[in-house]
Design a protein around this ligand. Structure first.
Ligand SMILES: Cc1cc2nc3c(=O)[nH]c(=O)nc-3n(C[C@H](O)[C@H](O)[C@H](O)COP(=O)(O)OP(=O)(O)OC[C@H]3O[C@@H](n4cnc5c(N)ncnc54)[C@H](O)[C@@H]3O)c2cc1C
Length: 451
């Protein structure tokens, strides 16, 4: 079957759906082609015992995320705060601390070291312009080294280095040695500093969406109606004098004047482009792997840790389940702890038998919260590297030497092809907010050219 429209959008994640909505509002005829049998991409709701929704993909939104917060309002959705009351647990090296507020009670030398390294990271992050990080002062010097190399020079104590490894895993779901120091600085800068990235209250983990965060995508798709076509994996995009011809493996072919490619960079690289893309664009996506995460929601008959004065927030530099938070749904039942196996811990977790992985996760939860954590009523996990149309999460990052050599190709249109997706954002790169920003930007690019 063949269709003709003004604009075809590849991918019904937040980026593609926001682009499509803006384009429709701009008076164009649009089709969104989505490979999966659902919309939302890296946003996905599952169900807890009793029927409450729970996110197995992206979930939190927070202050400073103007694009996603505007969407939440416009779509008539509501947010509620992440549970934070009580003491948090932090384990760094051999010390364990229960604390309230932002700063664990650790060896003052380690705390001072973390403070000075964070100050330096925030300072270079501020110098990295969000729109073109490759032009930052010292961009080449930063891009020539991994984030790990930079951290080894900057954090002087073993505890400080362990802290930044944990932070890298929690924020990027990758290891510091995987990525360019310039990418790390750009990412931190795009969120306004390290604190906004790692904090719950006042930061990126502050709020949740009633009904589960996938509702953002579900509501957008509802508005777009039959303009969204599911089960339509795009396999090829031909550029022709009149525009594009987009071929799917489901038998549908769509001709359009322009196309938005709103899939993560490594997946865009799996689409056959004819004629082939410029070398810079291809070299760029060859150097942008996805992070790796297994997200685990463990449900209990009640949030028992709250009775013990604990918030449910726990971090450890030595447990595979390095980050845990209270993820009890709106309504308060059942009690849920969410944990993440990230980076190297996701590599190892993926290679385990499902029972072994579950036992390891529960073991860590018992280590944090005591024996009651050993008796869940449900265990829900999602390994994002196994997803054919994500192949990892939370997002892609760049290897050293990539941004300075090929960065401009990230957003630069190629004839009628426009690039969206959270990885192309200038603010909150890697987040839902960045995905929304990229959708607006790409729709503006196209509307300016079509009219
Ligand atoms: C476990 C996890 C936790 C996260 N936590 C948070 C969080 O708390 N807060 C936050 O802001 N962000 C979080 N994120 C990141 C956030 O989910 C993403 O940044 C955002 O959803 C990306 O949206 P996108 O539209 O750019 O890409 P995607 O959501 O990846 O959308 C791309 C779409 O393209 C489709 N597609 C791929 N290939 C093809 C093809 N060939 N043809 C057609 N369609 C194709 C995919 O199926 C997908 O629907 C998390 C992600 C994960 C996985």
């Amino acid at each position: 079957m063949e269709k003709s429209v003004d604009v075809v959008v590849v991918g019904a994640g937040v980026a593609g759906l926001v682009a499509a909505r803006d384009l429709v509002q701009g008076g164009t005829d649009v089709r969104v082609l989505e490979a999966r049998d659902r919309v939302g991409g890296r946003l996905l709701n599952d169900e807890l015992p009793g029927g409450a929704p729970i996110e197995v993909g992206g979930q939190w939104v927070g202050p400073g995320q103007a694009h996603v917060m505007a969407l939440v309002r416009e779509l008539g959705l509501r947010t509620y705060p992440t549970h934070v009351d009580g003491e948090h647990i932090a384990e760094v090296g051999s010390s364990r601390s229960r604390y309230t507020g932002r700063i664990p009670k650790f060896n003052p030398l380690v705390l001072a070291d973390i403070g000075q390294a964070q100050y330096r990271l925030d300072r270079i992050a501020r110098q990295v312009a969000a729109a073109d990080p490759w032009r930052a002062p010292h961009a080449e010097e930063l891009d020539r080294q991994t984030f790990d190399t930079w951290l080894r020079k900057t954090a002087r104590t073993a505890g400080g280095r362990a802290f930044f490894r944990l932070v890298t895993e929690a924020v990027f779901s990758a290891e510091p040695e995987d990525m360019s120091a310039l990418w790390a600085a750009f990412y931190v800068g795009s969120a306004g500093g390290l604190d906004p990235l790692i904090n719950v209250t006042g930061g990126a983990q502050q709020d949740r969406v009633v009904g589960g965060t996938q509702r953002i995508a579900l509501e957008l798709a509802e508005e777009l109606g039959d303009r969204v076509v599911l089960d339509a994996p795009v396999t090829g995009i031909d550029r022709q004098s009149s525009g594009v011809r987009v071929v799917t493996s489901s038998g549908l072919t769509v001709r359009a004047r322009r196309a938005v490619v709103a899939v993560p960079p490594p997946l865009a690289a799996r689409i056959r482009f004819t004629p082939g893309l410029p070398g810079d664009r291809d070299q760029l996506v060859q150097r942008m792997p996805m992070g790796r995460v297994i997200k685990v929601n463990v449900a209990y008959d009640e949030p028992f840790w709250r009775h013990a004065g604990l918030s449910g927030q726990a971090n450890s530099t030595y447990r595979p389940l390095g980050t845990v938070l209270d993820n009890t749904p709106f309504g308060g039942s059942p009690g849920v702890l969410v944990g993440f196996l990230e980076g190297r811990h996701a590599d190892a977790g993926s290679r385990m038998h499902a029972d072994e992985r579950r036992a390891q996760v529960i073991h860590d939860l018992v280590g944090y919260f005591g024996p009651r954590a050993g008796h869940p009523i449900a265990y829900i996990e999602r390994d994002w590297a196994e997803e054919e149309y994500s192949r990892g999460c939370y997002g892609a990052f760049t290897a050293p030497g990539t941004l300075t050599r090929f960065g401009p190709a990230l957003r630069k249109p190629v004839g009628p092809l426009h690039w969206a997706g959270t990885e192309t954002a200038t603010r909150w790169v890697g987040y839902i907010d960045g995905a929304a920003e990229s959708g607006h930007r790409v729709a503006d690019e196209i509307l300016a050219r079509l009219t």
